[in-house]
Write a protein that binds this ligand. Structure first.
Ligand code: FAD
Length: 295
């Protein structure tokens, strides 16, 4: 099974000519074309499958290049609300997570509703970092994430449940690791989703067995440690392959900002990695500064 081929067959315009990466164009016209090409009907029916007609809009939404109300209105030009219901409800999930962040602030970095239990450590299983868990679809998904900066929602759930619930790892460090690699990294959607999977922001842990993974990823692996009933999985000891763990502390080296020259006669427009709207004060001349150190 090759994830890239699955994506490629269904979303041919996402690949470079040499077949390498999922493309996330930075040209505004191309981004708008991606919005107008959303197939809300197929989305509702196929979004859970790895090959499903998802939009690949998350980097633009998360970086503040396009807004949720704008996208919603664009889709409703082509579809009625009933057909677009699933699409709009997923946008609402994002908005919900943003509101929780606004209300709870830095508390989203900690277990919000329940203390995650049981946990054996607060590191990351080495097998997750090395994409070597022996669950082939997930290993391929992790490699793809590191290669492209993108991971399908269901694959994020599989990776998170394998780490937190099967591997009994606290969710926070692995969430930071995934956040580091995602082009659409967003503290609220990311941390609250990890907590949701681990049962710290939900009433029940999310677990998927091999049969479920095979169905939605197109793999056909058998006899793995996940090839069990849900009852057996919820009582499973941590598999050996997930036991080894290490501390993870990746840092991003930022360019030196000493050379910054500011003309104090002009207005200053401050951007951060959550606010890169190209239309913001577009007609005005000024000094545009990107703040990169942002928690
Ligand atoms: C463990 C885990 C970590 C995640 N981390 C992030 C993250 O850092 N940043 C991020 O933007 N999303 C995150 N998500 C949510 C979701 O996986 C991505 O938004 C989605 O996969 C992006 O791909 P897409 O644009 O093709 O989505 P589509 O399915 O096409 O959805 C369209 C838009 O709706 C929103 N959306 C869709 N599903 C969700 C969801 N479950 N939760 C919140 N918003 C959603 C996104 O803005 C997305 O771009 C995470 C989910 C999980 C389970």
């Amino acid at each position: 099974m090759n994830l890239r081929n699955l994506h490629k067959e269904n979303q041919p315009n996402l690949f470079t000519e040499d077949n390498k990466k999922i493309i996330f164009p930075t040209n505004y016209t191309e981004i708008l074309e991606r919005v107008s090409s959303v197939d809300a009907n197929a989305y509702g029916k196929t979004r859970n499958f790895l090959w499903g007609k998802v939009s690949y809009l998350s980097p633009y939404i998360s970086r503040g290049v396009i807004s949720l109300p704008f996208i919603k209105e664009e889709i409703l030009k082509n579809y009625n609300l009933k057909t677009a219901e699933k699409w709009v409800s997923e946008l609402a999930w994002r908005e919900f997570f943003q509101r929780i962040w606004q209300a709870k602030g830095d508390a989203i970095h900690t277990d919000l509703r329940n203390t995650q239990f049981p946990i054996k450590h607060k590191n990351i299983p080495t097998a997750i970092l090395e994409a070597n868990t022996n669950i082939h679809a997930i290993d391929e998904g992790i490699k793809n994430l590191i290669d492209t900066g993108y991971m399908h929602n269901h694959m994020r759930m599989y990776t998170a449940m394998l780490t937190t619930n099967i591997g009994q790892t606290h969710w926070y460090k692995p969430a930071q690791w995934m956040y580091y690699h995602l082009l659409d990294h967003d503290a609220a959607s990311n941390h609250l989703s990890w907590q949701w999977v681990a049962g710290a922001f939900s009433s029940k842990k999310y677990i998927a067995n091999q049969e479920n993974i095979n169905k939605y990823t197109g793999s056909n692996q058998a006899n793995t440690f996940l090839d069990r009933s849900y009852e057996e999985l919820s009582a499973l000891e941590v598999p050996n392959i997930l036991s080894n763990n290490i501390t993870w502390n990746e840092v991003t080296t930022l360019p030196n900002s000493d050379e910054l020259k500011i003309n104090d006669q002009e207005p200053i427009f401050l951007y951060n990695t959550y606010q890169l709207d190209p239309l913001w004060h577009k007609q005005e001349v000024g000094c545009r500064i990107l703040l990169t150190k942002f928690k």
